[in-house]
Design a protein around this ligand. Structure first.
Ligand code: PHE
Length: 445
C-alpha cells in the first residue's frame, strides 16, 4: 500500500501547515495585535476550535480511506450524492496553489538576488520588489514555472516516494536553517531582546472581537484546513497512528516555526531600527533584504538561508494542495497519476499566469474582477469563502451525520470517554457557530 510512515505523516502534514503564512501572517499579526496576548488567544482558538475541527477532518479521511469525494459518499448513511459534493471544496486547494506558487516564484528570485548585491536602502529595495510585480512579468513567469515543475514532479511520484520523501528531508533542513538564523539573532543582543518584548509583552487591550476573528481565520489557514488536504493525507495514514498525538505535534511544529520566524525577522528589524508596522510581503521582501545588506557577506549568507527556508516551507505546502484533486481524478476516472496531474497542471498554470498578469502593469486592467486583481480574487475567494464554508460543512457532517459510536471507536484509544464527549460537543455546537462568525465578518468588513 502506498501509505505514509507514522513520522512521514506528521512531517508531511506539518510541511503543509508550515508555509508562507508562518513567515509573514503570523509574526506581523502577533507583533501588531498585542504580542503574547495574541499568542494566548491564538492558542486558545487553535486548541478550542481548530484542533476540534482538524480531528473531524482527519476522521473523514481515516474512516473513508479514499479521496474526499468518495470518502464522503461512502460514509454518508443517506443523501450520499449531496454529501459527496462537499469533497469538491478541494478545488479551493488547486486555486490556492495557483497564486501561492507565484509567490514562491518571487522567493526563488530573491534567492538569486541574495547571491549578488542586496539593496542597501528601502527605496531601492521597494523598487526591486515593485518592479518584479509590476514590470517583470517574464521573470515572474519564469520563476513560477520553475516552482510549478518541482511541485508537479514531486506529486507525480505519489504519497510515499514523492510527498513523504520530500518532507522528510525538507522539513528538518528548513528547521536547521531557521535554527542557524535564530542563533545568529540571539547574538545580536539588543535587537533580539527588543524582538522578544515586541512579540511577547502582553497587551490585552489590543484584543478586540475583530482580532479574535482574524486569529481564528489564521488558525484555519495555517493548519491547511477546509480544502481537503487533511482528509486526503489522513486517507494514507498507517494503522495504529495516534490521531490526537500526531495532531498535537503538527500544531506544535506549526506554532514553533511561526514564533522562530517572528523572532528572527523582528530581531533584524529592531537591530537596524526598521519599520515594524510594515506587514506582509513588504516586511520580508522589502525591509528584511535591506537589513541583511548591512551585514556584508554574512548578510548574503543569511539571506540565502532565510529565503531557502521560505522556499522549502512553500514547496511542502504547495504539494499538499495538488494531491487531493489528483487523488480524486485517479479514483473517479481510473486515470494514471500522470494523466490526472497533466490535467490539473494545465489548469493551475493558466491561472498562475493570469495571477502574474493581473499585477503586470500593461495587462493588469484586463484581469480585474469585482474591483480586485485576479490574484487577490483567488486569495479572497479561497480564504474567506471556500475554507470557512468547508469547515462548517465538515464539522456538521462529522458531528451530526456520522454515527457517534464509529467516531468513539476511532478515538477511544487516544482519548478518555469524557474528553471524547467534550470534543463531540465542541464539534457540534461551537465550531460551526464560530466559523460562521468569521465568515460573516470577513465578508461584511
Ligand atoms: N498552511 C499553509 C500556510 O500557512 C497554507 C495552506 C493552505 C496549505 C491550504 C495547504 C492548504 O502557508
Amino acid at each position: 500500500m502506498n501509505k505514509f510512515s507514522k513520522i512521514g505523516f506528521v512531517l508531511a502534514m506539518a510541511g503543509s501547515a508550515v508555509g508562507l503564512g508562518n513567515a509573514w501572517k503570523f509574526p506581523t499579526m502577533v507583533g501588531n495585535n498585542g504580542g503574547s496576548a495574541f499568542i494566548v488567544l491564538y492558542l486558545v482558538l487553535t486548541f478550542g476550535i481548530a484542533f476540534v475541527a482538524f480531528l473531524a477532518e482527519l476522521s473523514i479521511g481515516k474512516l473513508g480511506e479514499t479521496d474526499p469525494v468518495h470518502s464522503l459518499y461512502k460514509l454518508a448513511p443517506k443523501h450520499k450524492k449531496q454529501w459527496s459534493l462537499a469533497g469538491f471544496f478541494m478545488i479551493g486547494a488547486v486555486l490556492i496553489a495557483s497564486f501561492y506558487m507565484v509567490v514562491i516564484g518571487w522567493i526563488v528570485k530573491y534567492i538569486y538576488i541574495s547571491f549578488s548585491s542586496l539593496p542597501s536602502d528601502t527605496t531601492q529595495s521597494g523598487a526591486i520588489f515593485e518592479s518584479l510585480l509590476f514590470s517583470e512579468a517574464l521573470n515572474s513567469i519564469l520563476c513560477f514555472t520553475l516552482v510549478f515543475i518541482i511541485v508537479f514532479y514531486v506529486v507525480s511520484k505519489g504519497i510515499k516516494s514523492g510527498i513523504e520523501r520530500l518532507n522528510v528531508w525538507m522539513m528538518p533542513t528548513l528547521f536547521i536553517l531557521l535554527l542557524v538564523m535564530f542563533f545568529y539573532s540571539l547574538s545580536m543582543g539588543d535587537g533580539f531582546l527588543k524582538a522578544v518584548s515586541f512579540l511577547f509583552v502582553p497587551d490585552f487591550s489590543k484584543i478586540t472581537p475583530e482580532i479574535v476573528l482574524q486569529a481564528l481565520g489564521l488558525a484555519f489557514f495555517s493548519l491547511s484546513m477546509g480544502v481537503c488536504v487533511v482528509p486526503t493525507y489522513a486517507a494514507s495514514l498507517p494503522d495504529g497512528t495516534n490521531l490526537v498525538k500526531s495532531t498535537l505535534s503538527i500544531i506544535f511544529i506549526n506554532i514553533l516555526i511561526g514564533i522562530m520566524m517572528g523572532l528572527v525577522v523582528f530581531t533584524f528589524v529592531f537591530a537596524y531600527s526598521g519599520d515594524t508596522t510594515q506587514g506582509g510581503p513588504g516586511l520580508i521582501f522589502v525591509s528584511l533584504t535591506t537589513l541583511f545588506a548591512k551585514l556584508g557577506v554574512a548578510g548574503n549568507v543569511l539571506a540565502v538561508a532565510f529565503f531557502t527556508s521560505l522556499l522549502f516551507a512553500g514547496i511542502t505546502s504547495a504539494v499538499s494542495m495538488i494531491e487531493p484533486f489528483a487523488f480524486y481524478l485517479i479514483n473517479k476516472f481510473g486515470f494514471t497519476r500522470k494523466k490526472a496531474l497533466v490535467m490539473i497542471a494545465v489548469f493551475v498554470y493558466i491561472l498562475g499566469i493570469f495571477c502574474v498578469l493581473s499585477y503586470y502593469k500593461p495587462t493588469s486592467e484586463n484581469f480585474v474582477f469585482f474591483n480586485k486583481p485576479f490574484f487577490d480574487v483567488l486569495d479572497y475567494l479561497t480564504s474567506n469563502i471556500i475554507m470557512p464554508l468547508a469547515a462548517i460543512t465538515f464539522s456538521i457532517f462529522v458531528g451530526f451525520v456520522l454515527k457517534k459510536e464509529g467516531l468513539f471507536i476511532l478515538f477511544s484509544t487516544f482519548m478518555s470517554k469524557n474528553l471524547f464527549e467534550i470534543w463531540y460537543f465542541m464539534l457540534r455546537f461551537v465550531v460551526p457557530v464560530a466559523v460562521f462568525a468569521i465568515m460573516l465578518y470577513q465578508i461584511l468588513k
